[in-house]
Design a protein around this ligand. Structure first.
Ligand code: PMP
Length: 410
């Protein structure tokens, strides 16, 4: 390790607020396509996409050019919603053109957490109801409201009392849906739960033998009770699962859709999207949500470049094939199963104790994987959508090699 690297590492730990106890402390200096490079010049294949952010790879030229072009015009115009910011309008037009017609109005914000805050406020104001229901093991962000609806107690330790009128029910448990009632303003759900370790909605056979998945049951219960259905697609959105939005796999459309992470191509950007009638509640009375930097023109210009790239390169068409290659290669006695859809996958290890050993060894071999906040034995496999077949094969081979090293393998 060079003197500069050593000093950077110690100053990082000294001056930068720390929350993790498992930080890999990778000193990244450059990203290009599916790869990142550390200060020593070592190259890593990134099978996390910066946790579902760099969906079209690192250092994408279209994104960089769009940001540079906007930089030459202006960086900031006014606080959100009072001046016309062209990059916002262009991006909102494009996003809504990809959505069912009822999701036709976009409010841009800075982060996934802020999108959730906006959606909570909007749902309460639009319905005049107070109760919010969400799921155990859900993660919706770290700000006060988003943390309150997240379904894990560890993150909330010592921070209460959090926001009230919130209930948590079990994902993939139809018996719990009875708890959604006429008192419920909104039900928040990740269509595929991310930090729980990639949990997909189950299918159920009804009395008429017709199959319905869990999200369709949620949609029906919300229709019956008048609760708004909110999909948090911070992780699943922007092509991660092989469709632009994960809900397209499951035949259930939300009343409010939250996007974050990949929507800005690495720039801070997120959004909550609803029908115009619902969204109108935010201007009656006015200033139902205010954000200084939300919908920043640079971020929105980058966001348009992301969508254009996904569409122009027809990236979504190749995702199921890429998933199949991963599933075909990754068959090993140390793998219990692979959960997920598209390039949002979790490798479930037989031995939870091997999790951090596995991630560390992969890194030593030049492959970045990751753990999930609420799973003790799952490894995150989220390659960029632009990953090539040969990159998938070489990453999967590293995984097989490292699995062989787990003790008691044979
Ligand atoms: N919702 C989900 C499903 C997420 O995965 C995340 C971030 N991991 C968030 C919300 C919060 O996003 P942010 O970190 O941008 O606030």
């Amino acid at each position: 390790m060079s003197d500069k690297s050593r000093k950077l590492k110690s100053d990082f730990l000294k001056y930068i607020g720390q929350t993790s106890v498992n930080a890999p402390l990778l000193d990244m200096v450059k990203g290009s396509g599916s790869f990142i490079y550390d200060r020593s010049g070592k190259r890593y294949l990134d099978f996390t996409s910066g946790i579902a952010v760099n969906n079209i790879g690192h250092g994408n030229n279209k994104v960089i050019t769009a940001i540079k072009k906007q930089t030459g015009k202006y960086l900031h115009a006014n606080v959100y919603g009072e001046f016309i910011v062209e990059p916002q309008v262009i991006l909102a037009r494009h996003i809504t053109s990809l959505l069912p017609s009822q999701l036709n109005c976009v409010y841009f914000v800075n982060s996934g957490s802020e999108a959730i805050e906006g959606a909570i406020k909007l749902a309460r104001r639009a319905t005049g109801r107070k109760e919010i229901i969400s799921f155990r093991n859900s993660y919706h962000g770290s700000t006060f409201g988003a943390l309150s609806i997240s379904g894990n107690d560890m993150l909330k330790t010592g921070m209460g009392p959090l926001a009230g009128n919130i209930r948590h029910i079990r994902f993939n448990c139809p018996a719990d849906l009875i708890k959604i009632t006429e008192k419920t303003a909104a039900l928040f759900v990740e269509p595929v739960q991310g930090e729980a370790g990639v949990v997909v909605p189950d299918e159920y056979t009804g009395s008429n033998l017709r199959k319905k998945n869990f999200l369709q049951l949620l949609r029906e219960r919300c229709n019956d009770t008048g609760a708004l259905l909110v999909f948090d697609e911070a992780q699943t959105g922007i092509g991660r699962t092989g469709r632009m939005f994960a809900f397209e796999h499951y035949g259930a459309v939300p009343d409010i859709l939250c996007l974050a992470k990949a929507v800005g191509g690495g720039m801070p950007l997120a959004a909550f999207i609803a029908g115009r009638k619902i969204m109108k509640c935010l201007s009656d009375p006015p200033f139902g949500h205010i954000t200084t930097f939300g919908g920043n023109p640079l971020s929105c210009a980058a966001g348009s470049a992301v969508l254009n790239t996904i569409m122009d390169k027809k990236l979504l068409a190749g995702i199921a094939r890429k998933e199949k290659i991963i599933r075909r290669i990754l068959v090993h006695p140390q793998i219990r199963r692979i959960r997920g859809v598209g390039l949002m996958l979790a490798l479930v290890l037989k031995k939870p104790a091997a999790l951090h050993f596995f991630i560390r060894k992969c890194r030593e071999e030049g492959l970045i994987t990751d753990y999930f906040l609420f799973s003790e034995n799952a490894v995150r496999i989220y390659p960029p959508l632009t990953v090539t077949d040969s990159e998938i094969i070489s990453g999967s081979k590293i995984i097989m090699k490292v699995l062989d090293k787990i003790e008691g393998n044979n």
